[in-house]
Design a protein around this ligand. Structure first.
Ligand code: NAI
Length: 462
């Protein structure tokens, strides 16, 4: 039996980051992971592989649509799907091996296998029981199931199967117009697949700024993605190579079917904590099945903490990472903090979509007076030079104090641009603070400054 100051269960972005921080703070640390490789969903079957496919197919799109206009003539590249999968796998491998290296560097023990917690202070993996003064659960999430839809990961797939299809499908039906459906829908649309997204609500990407939702949908339609909105999927019927999706339109209850070679089910994820033995330990859950924690990420059982997708809040790798670091600080007897008001969200389509803080819709509901500064990428020289003039930056600030309350960006590099607004918000900055900061020309970031200027006396290039 080995004993540790802390054992972290799960090595996704929440777990591995937490383990590294624990080790840096001088704690004897182990991390339990049952997969063959470290990194969890994000590195193995989520964020990282999808970004590889998004990058490769974006390059294809550029070659097909913009190369000739730039004077780059010649045949468009053809798609070698097997090689694209190899590229994706190499990207995964270098990243998961990187975590292994960081574990060694920080002297973190990787306990291989699936963990249970027989009692507080003990973690069992296989036949071995390890002692731990503290346990941090970081077991993540899994795709939520949909009644009437049976996933086989070949014809009816979740994001995991969609990243590794054995060939590019002719017809793809995506159930759910959330982040996963739109990112992977984009990948296949660029590869020439006929993509139809079936969404229950009347708008895509629930919870996002309304104007972004409308513009994003218009841009995706232009890229060839079809949408059936206000449609509740009733079920799927699949053979070995084909599937039928049945949905009912909410407006008139009429029933319709769609044929597909592949169906992607992307209707949300749910916390994953099977097999840990939480019930017999008396660890309380929320009504939605998440592990309930207090403001120091401790569960109802002393010495057992939980972070990331398995607890409340947005299911985002970076939110899990922040909680992982904060919980490590708490376990080490320090003060851990996460500012839940400043957690950015990014969709890695082209153009990218990014947001942080409040939407106009939320502020209206709260009855808070606000002002909006908006700037179109059509006024940004750099964006126009690279055929990326579509989209805008929208900055929202308090009407009286000018304090920045949120930002919503659709456009080139939005996922990186959002962070200057995040930093500004962390410092409690005003729109004027951003507007008075010199931004290099020509960069996309000038559009953020222009939106900040538009909150005051006006943008220059509009
Ligand atoms: P989601 O919650 O983002 O979207 C699910 C969509 O499915 C919703 O629009 C919902 O209205 C719709 N839906 C539900 N039931 C339906 C039905 N019966 N018929 C038709 N439509 C239906 O879920 P998604 O895309 O699966 O993502 C899961 C989680 O993973 C999210 O929390 C997301 O934030 C996270 N994620 C984040 C990424 C990023 O940050 N870039 C990338 C991938 C996932």
């Amino acid at each position: 039996m080995s004993s540790y100051d802390v054992i972290i269960i799960g090595s996704g972005p929440g777990g591995y980051v937490s383990a590294i921080r624990c080790a840096q703070l001088g704690l004897k640390t182990a991390c339990v992971e049952g997969r063959e490789t470290l990194g969890g969903t994000c590195l193995n079957v989520g964020c990282i592989p999808s970004k590889a496919l998004l990058h490769a197919t974006h390059m294809l799109h550029e070659a097909e649509h913009n190369f000739a206009d730039m004077g780059l003539k010649g045949k468009s590249p053809s798609v070698d799907w097997a090689q694209m999968q190899t590229y994706k796998q190499n990207t995964i491998d270098t990243n998961t091996k990187g975590i292994e290296f960081l574990f060694k560097k920080n002297k973190i023990d990787w306990i291989k296998g699936w963990a249970t917690i027989p009692e507080a202070g003990k973690v069992k993996v296989g036949d071995e029981v390890h002692e731990a003064k503290n346990i941090i659960i970081a077991t993540g999430s899994e795709p939520a199931s949909l009644p009437g839809v049976e996933v086989d990961e070949t014809v009816v797939v979740t994001s995991t199967g969609a990243l590794s299809l054995n060939k590019v499908p002719k017809k793809l039906v995506v159930i759910g117009a959330g982040v996963i459906g739109l990112e992977l829908g984009s990948v296949y649309a660029r590869l020439g697949t006929e993509v139809t997204v079936v969404e229950y609500l009347d708008a895509i990407t629930p919870g996002m700024d309304g104007e972004v939702q409308k513009n994003f949908m218009r841009i995706l339609k232009k890229q060839g993605v079809n949408f059936v909105m206000g449609a509740a999927v009733q079920g799927t019927e699949a053979s070995k190579t084909k599937a039928k999706v049945t949905y009912k339109l909410r407006k008139d209850d009429s029933e319709h079917t769609l044929d597909a070679d592949v169906v992607l089910v992307s209707t949300g994820r749910k916390p994953f904590h099977d097999g840990l033995g939480l019930e017999s330990l008396g660890v309380e859950l929320t009504k939605r099945g998440q592990i309930a924690v207090n403001d120091t990420w401790e569960t109802s059982v002393k010495g057992i903490y939980a972070i990331g997708d398995v607890i409340e809040g947005p299911m985002l790798a970076h939110k899990a990472e922040d909680e992982g670091m904060a919980a490590a600080e708490v376990v080490a007897g320090k003060h851990g903090h996460v500012n839940y008001g400043v957690i950015p969200g990014v969709i890695y389509t082209h153009p990218e979509v990014a947001n942080v803080g409040a939407t106009e819709e939320q502020l209206k509901e709260e009855g808070r007076a606000y002002k909006v500064g908006k700037f179109s990428f059509m006024g940004n020289a750099r964006a126009k030079a690279v055929f990326a003039g579509e989209g805008f930056v929208k900055l929202i600030a308090d009407k009286e104090t000018d304090r920045i309350l949120g930002a919503h960006i659709i456009g080139p590099g939005a996922g990186d641009l959002i962070h200057e607004v995040c930093v500004a918000m962390e410092f409690g900055a005003s729109a004027e603070d951003l507007a008075m900061t010199c931004h290099a020309h020509p960069t996309y970031s000038e559009a953020v400054r222009e939106a900040a200027l538009a909150c005051g006396d006006g943008a220059i290039h509009m």
